[in-house]
Design a protein. Structure first.
Length: 296
């Protein structure tokens, strides 16, 4: 299968490209810089130059491939409206190009804000609807294309897709610990995050691409709930720092932008995903990765 991948040189995208190539698929990755193009070429993938604002290029990339994996995102935390606009336009361009083909369109989804008081499950419908909602309501927008002849599959990633070199949330939390000389959690630390090792997350994308039914919501989740206190304690052990509670009203000042998320419960089950795909996640746990020095 020839797969067009956006976000192909990002943290998750790099692992997905490797997973797809290792399974015998051909990959064309979207590259907006010479460095990204070189990285893709060295991995054995084809290169399409462009970015998420190049809607004609996105359409052509989708039409030229047998499947699309959309992982790209501007991640401009200071301009969520622009993030949302770009996400919706990109989905409309690529999914629209696939209309009537029954080809797979796999996109990245999120677990934040799905439910409260319990772990999220795959049957939970995202409450994010419309341009002004989280990620521009991209998951629900994409799923509208199921009725237009596209095999849409949403992969909701755990908030911690962890491993050596992770530039994401855990890296920001660890940086705050170094900056302040203490490893913090918010409030009582009972909020819990789901987690998955990066190669295991890439497997979910490949398996979903290859066989998940249209309209599937998959959870790339290995650990259902790791409390933020446990995360802070592991960082403290890794950096030999004391562990402290940070008052919720001081969270953003202490942690930076990640303070808006670290106190949220983002636990999730992946039991339906495992059963549907025959997927058994492997690799170290989040705490094991932290203690082994992945973020040190």
């Amino acid at each position: 299968m020839h797969v067009f991948v956006t976000g192909a040189t990002g943290w998750i995208g790099t692992a997905v490209v490797g997973e797809l190539l290792g399974a015998g698929h051909e990959v064309t990755g979207l590259a907006r810089s010479d460095a990204a193009a070189l990285k893709l070429a060295q991995a054995g993938a084809r290169v399409r130059r462009g970015d998420l604002d190049d809607l004609d290029g996105l359409r052509d990339g989708a039409i030229d491939a047998h499947a699309v994996v959309h992982l790209g995102n501007k991640h401009d935390w200071g301009n969520p409206a622009e993030n949302n606009r770009t996400e919706r336009a990109a989905i409309e361009a690529m999914a629209g190009a696939l209309a009537g083909t029954d080809r797979p369109f796999v996109l990245a989804g999120a677990l934040a804000g799905l439910v409260r008081g319990r772990p999220a499950v795959e049957t939970d419908v995202s409450p994010a609807v419309g341009p002004g909602s989280m990620r521009g309501g991209g998951e629900n927008l994409a799923l509208e294309y199921v009725d237009k002849g596209v095999r849409v599959v949403s992969v909701r990633f755990a908030p911690s897709v962890h491993g050596v070199g992770d530039p994401g949330f855990l890296a920001a939390i660890t940086a705050a610990a170094r900056r302040h000389g203490v490893s913090g959690f918010i409030g009582d630390g009972d909020a819990a995050w789901s987690a998955v090792h990066r190669p295991a997350a890439a497997q979910v994308v490949r398996l979903g691409l290859e066989g998940a039914p249209a309209g599937s919501r998959l959870h790339a989740v290995a650990e259902e709930a790791v409390t933020t206190r446990e995360i802070a304690e592991a960082i403290g052990r890794s950096l030999d720092l004391p562990v402290v509670s940070v008052a919720p009203e001081n969270a953003v000042e202490h942690f930076g932008f990640i303070g808006r998320f670290f106190g949220l419960d983002m636990s999730a089950s992946s039991s339906r995903t495992r059963e549907l795909l025959g997927w058994t996640p492997s690799g170290p746990t989040l705490v094991e990765d932290i203690e082994a020095g992945a973020y040190a």
